[in-house]
Structures are given as structure tokens and as C-alpha cells.
Write a protein that binds this ligand. Structure first.
Ligand SMILES: *Cc1c(COP(=O)(O)O)cnc(C)c1O
Length: 359
């Protein structure tokens, strides 16, 4: 089988030109006689790879001075602990609860201090994010945490919450780099790489410098942001190969026209799928219009008895991993940057045809 359209929520598709480049450099990276996997992380070759990746990310996101970029491990899940260990300082943190990932972050933070709900979408079954007007922030909170895109529910904020002077912390695992964003609105952003950045194993943190440096007593060295900031993320061996591929993904995004081009393309991709869902009684889109994710489009077949046939037929034509998360059921099409527009067109065509033959 050739390459398929992989709609997985993560690990997800990588841009094919990146995979081809990595393949061509796999045995001998640019005359070094070795693979990036085999290089010392402290040698000149890898230091250059690491610095160029960070510089490209800074250009893409227009990261202001005064913010540090950290290349970590442990996934977004490790950040559920690392954020409160470093930022909570025995105080209280506000959380906006929008579903499974925000709940997990809140549960971990509760080990280190007080957590308080500043807003929740629970009453609507997490099919809509709370509006800014109903958010209720504690001005004394150490930070406000939210999940701009709930990957499982397919629920996304169309706005950046205004938390006043309280630092805003965002789990951007499934939305970073999908469109332009204003980094200065945030105190800290984190993201596991395997959705829109690169391979699993790398976690990015972008943090405002003034938030570094006072972790709770007993914090292990490898969970202290300051240690990474002071050591160019090389206090210990970083995930070198994932870092290198992330750099190649950043270069690919720049070559494609940067984040505004990504944003336009991603909006168009999502709109095509939602237009189909809205135009039929055969499929159903559970998420409210104003909270629909561009990255993870959730939908179901009104007749659930057809789910297995739908999925099997999709697999046959190279449309893979459309099954929704086990906790919500139905279907989910993840449309990260690397999903070509042709993949969405193929899915739309398959869904039209499936409705025609089974509706
Ligand atoms: C995937 C995901 C996570 C979990 O990421 P890991 O890298 O597996 O720890 C957390 N939050 C969000 C929003 C995600 O999409």
C-alpha cells in the first residue's frame, strides 16, 4: 500500500517532504558521516541543528524577547505536573474545564496546591467552550490554565481568554502552529510534539522569563524549568532526533508561507468537512458552531449501526484512523498541518458516497 491519509489524533501525519528529507539524511547527515541519531548532543553539528530549530520556531510564532523556548520530554502529560511544580508556589490556580485534557491537568495540579474552577463546559456536555463573559477569575491566582483545543471532544476556543494580570497557561498540544497567534498574551504554552510539531518524544514549552525559578521544594532537577533555560535544554540528553525533525517541520512550514498560510489552509479544510456535516441529516456534528475545532472534527453517523461499515469502507480507500476516542465514540478526523487538502477532499467524497449508498 502507498501512503494513506492518516486522520489520527496523534501521533499524526508528518509532511511528506520532511520524511523524504530525513530519509535522505538518515545515514549521513550533511557529510558528517553519521545519523543525527548518533551525534553527541553537545557537538557542533547538533548544537547547530538545535539552534536553527529554535530560531525557526521563534520566527514562525514571532516569539518576543523575554520568552524562553524549552525542548523537553515527558509529553504534555508531564507538563500537567511540571507547570504546578514550577508556577503554583503554594497558592491557587484557576482552571477552565473544557473536557478530558483540562480535567487531567487540573487533577495533577491539585497535588501541589489549590485548584479552582473559573469556567466549565460541563453543563453542555463539553460541546461548547464557555464564553469570556461567564469566566470568573481569581485575581490572586498564580495562573489560569486552559486547553485551547480539546483534542478528544473537538472543542476549540475561538478567542484567547483575558485573564487580566494573571499569567495565562495553555496546553496547545493540538493547536500550536495551526495559525498565527499572539505569544505575548500567554505566560506559558506547552505542547507535545506528535500532533503538529514532529515525532512523539519531544515536548515544547514557551515560557515568560519572569515565571522561571521558584519551583516547590523537593522538585526533581529534571522538572525544574530554570535548569533547562540555563542549559539550552541540554542539562541531560534531549530527544535529539525528534528535535531535528521538528526543525525540519518548522522549515517546511516557513517554505509553505508560514502560519498565516497554514491558518488559511486549515480553516478551509475544516470548513469543507463542517459544510458537509451541516448539509445532511445522515451525519451529525455534536459541537456548537462557535466552538468547532479546526484540528479535530468530531462527528457521528445518526445510525450508529453503520459505524463499523463506515470505518471499514474508509480504510479500504486509504482513509485511516477515523474512529473517535473510546470515551466519546463516533468519528474524529484530525486535520493537522500535515494533512493535505486533498486528504480532506477524499474524505468528503467518501462520506458523500457512503451517504448515497447507505442513507
Ligand atoms: C495529546 C494531548 C495530550 C497528551 O499528550 P502526551 O504527549 O501524550 O502526554 C494532552 N493535552 C492535549 C490537549 C492533547 O491533545
Amino acid at each position: 500500500m502507498g501512503r494513506v491519509y492518516n486522520f489520527s489524533s496523534g501521533p499524526a501525519m508528518l509532511p511528506q517532504p520532511v520524511l523524504e528529507k530525513v530519509q535522505s539524511e538518515l545515514l549521513d547527515w550533511r557529510g558528517s558521516g553519521m545519523s543525527v541519531m548518533e551525534m553527541s548532543h553537545r557537538g557542533d553539528d547538533f548544537t547547530g541543528i538545535a539552534e536553527r530549530a529554535e530560531a525557526a520556531l521563534r520566527r514562525l510564532l514571532d516569539i518576543p524577547d523575554g520568552y524562553r523556548v524549552l525542548f523537553l520530554q515527558g509529553g504534555a502529560t508531564a507538563q500537567f505536573s511540571m507547570v504546578p511544580m514550577n508556577l503554583l508556589r503554594g497558592s491557587s490556580a484557576d482552571f477552565i474545564d473544557t473536557g478530558i485534557w483540562s480535567k487531567k491537568a487540573m487533577a495533577e495540579a491539585a497535588h501541589y496546591g489549590k485548584v479552582r474552577l473559573a469556567g466549565t463546559g460541563e453543563a453542555q456536555g463539553f460541546t461548547r467552550v464557555p464564553a469570556q463573559e461567564v469566566l470568573d477569575f481569581d485575581p490572586a491566582a498564580a495562573y489560569v490554565h486552559y486547553t485551547p483545543n480539546e483534542t478528544i471532544g473537538g472543542v476549540e476556543f475561538s478567542y484567547v481568554p483575558d485573564s487580566g494580570s494573571v499569567p495565562l497557561v495553555a496546553d496547545m498540544s493540538s493547536t500550536i502552529l495551526s495559525r498565527p497567534m499572539d505569544i505575548s498574551r500567554f505566560g506559558l504554552i506547552y505542547a507535545g510534539a506528535q500532533k503538529n510539531i514532529g515525532p512523539a518524544g519531544l515536548t515544547l514549552v514557551i515560557v515568560r522569563e519572569d515565571l522561571l525559578g521558584e519551583p516547590i521544594t523537593g522538585t526533581p532537577t529534571v522538572f525544574d524549568y530554570r535548569v533547562y533555560a540555563d542549559n539550552a535544554s541540554m542539562y541531560n540528553t534531549p530527544p535529539t532526533f525528534a528535535w531535528y525533525i521538528a526543525g525540519e517541520v518548522f522549515a517546511w512550514i516557513e517554505g509553505e508561507g508560514g502560519l498565516s498560510a497554514m491558518g488559511e489552509r486549515n480553516q478551509r479544510k475544516a470548513a469543507k468537512l463542517y459544510a458537509l456535516l451541516d448539509a445532511t441529516g445522515f451525519y451529525r456534528a455534536p459541537v456548537a458552531q462557535d466552538s468547532r475545532s479546526w484540528m479535530n472534527v468530531t462527528f457521528s453517523l445518526v445510525d450508529e449501526a453503520l459505524d463499523a461499515t463506515f470505518l471499514a469502507g474508509a480504510e479500504m480507500v486509504g482513509l485511516k484512523n477515523l474512529k473517535g476516542h473510546r470515551t466519546v465514540g463516533g468519528m474524529r478526523a484530525s486535520l493537522y498541518n500535515a494533512m493535505p487538502e486533498a486528504g480532506v477532499d477524499a474524505l468528503v467524497e467518501y462520506m458523500r458516497e457512503f451517504e448515497r449508498t447507505h442513507g
